[in-house]
Design a protein around this ligand. Structure first.
Ligand code: ADP
Length: 366
């Protein structure tokens, strides 16, 4: 019987537990044996109890759970060949040659590296006497499938990552809460939301909550943004608005890549517009808690597709990542998707904002 393992890695996101549930149950439904690797790549490197066989009932109720119930970690060992060699040995010991990974672009890069290195890792295990030749025969090839778990919606090639709509919901609820007190006191609030290279959460929260001004990394404001922001906010107040909402993505910066901090925005609103202004950093409430219905659906449909991709893969198929494009669950080339994602980050860092925006647009119109 084929053995398929599932793992969550990198930053957690709501819906990851649902994705694990879907992979495990679809694996069992397909007549295969399911394993869960605990604590991300660290579990793969440590082996033993960290790689557990899973039954249908082990994941009961996981669909509505936040975070990841099998744990996640950032694992330094996996960056080294020695760590990946241990991981390969542990997988062969359990008889596993297929791995579904739910994580961000870092985790998916690590997975693809592991797959391309696999034949040489197996060779080394035999050459060093850790494994016998006939023992490794069925494990000549490693099968990798990616699922994207991230609250930032920062992976190219997919319209939504598992967790982004839960996070957006949480942000909207928080802003609604803040709005009512802002309205009462006619205050301004500067709200910092997550998203290092990706302004999706900030932008969509701005659209969803009717913010007055939004700062995102891909499209920094004009050089005289301070004047511009102040005059927009003043105008909104003159039109009768009792509250002001400015959303700042954590990675926001100006054209010269100098960070735009919420406290700087607050000072401007207080001193130049004369508003009673407060800063709220939403922090980890954006990450935790039960997944929104959309993420439960995405996690389930994509988890099922991941197992199908494992069962249909050949040694020649490039590693796929499961995406959603125009409401259809599709497979894309994992490394292509990672490359496009890294390109947008690189475009931002080299101040090529026009290209960064085109890169983001392409993701959604492809
Ligand atoms: P995310 O998956 O959320 O982008 P990270 O970039 O922190 O998060 O990656 C998670 C883990 O994936 C790392 O701690 C490491 O174990 C593994 N990883 C990331 N990049 C690589 C790489 N180039 N080679 C090997 N392992 C990697």
């Amino acid at each position: 019987k084929k053995k398929i393992a599932v793992m969550t890695s990198g930053g957690d996101s709501p819906g990851m537990s649902g994705a694990v549930r879907a992979v495990i149950r679809q694996t069992i439904a397909s007549g295969c044996v399911a394993y869960a690797v605990y604590e991300g790549y660290q579990g793969l490197v440590d082996g033993g109890e960290m790689i557990k066989q899973m039954q249908w009932e082990d994941v009961r109720g996981w669909l509505s759970e936040g975070g990841t119930l099998i744990g996640t970690a950032r694992c330094m060992d996996f960056h080294e060949r020695a760590g990946r060699l241990k991981a390969a040995n542990n997988m062969i010991e359990k008889g596993i040659d297929a791995l579904v990974i739910c994580g961000g672009d870092g985790s998916l890069t690590g997975a693809d590296r592991f797959r391309s290195e696999w034949p040489s890792l197996v060779e080394e295990l035999v050459a060093t006497g850790k494994r016998r030749e006939e023992e490794v025969k069925p494990f000549k090839h490693l099968n990798i499938v990616g699922l994207v778990g991230s609250i930032d919606n920062d992976l190219s090639s997919t319209d939504a990552t598992i967790g982004c709509y839960s996070s957006l919901d949480r942000i909207c609820n928080a802003i609604d809460t803040i709005d009512s007190t802002a309205f009462s006191h006619q205050r301004a609030f500067v709200i910092e939301v997550m998203g290092r290279h990706c302004g999706w959460l900030a932008l969509m929260a701005g659209v969803s909550c009717g913010a007055d001004f939004v700062f995102i990394p891909e499209n920094p404001p004009s050089e005289n943004w301070e004047d511009e922001m102040c005059s927009v906010i003043k105008k909104h107040r003159e039109l009768g608005k009792r509250k002001t909402t400015v959303i700042v993505a954590e990675g926001a910066h100006d054209q010269e890549l100098h960070p735009i901090s919420p406290s700087r925005v607050k000072d401007l609103l207080s001193k130049r517009v004369g508003l009673d202004t407060r800063v709220t950093t939403l922090g980890h409430v954006q990450r935790g808690g039960p997944p929104a219905a959309y993420d439960r659906m995405l996690a389930t449909l994509q988890g099922v597709e991941a197992v199908k991709a494992v069962l249909e893969a050949t040694p020649e198929t490039p590693s796929p990542v499961i995406c959603i494009v125009e409401n259809k669950i599709v497979r894309k080339n994992l490394m292509e998707a990672v490359k496009l994602t890294k390109q947008v980050a690189a475009d931002i860092e080299s101040k090529n904002f026009k290209k960064a925006m085109e890169g983001r647009d392409a993701e959604f119109s492809e």
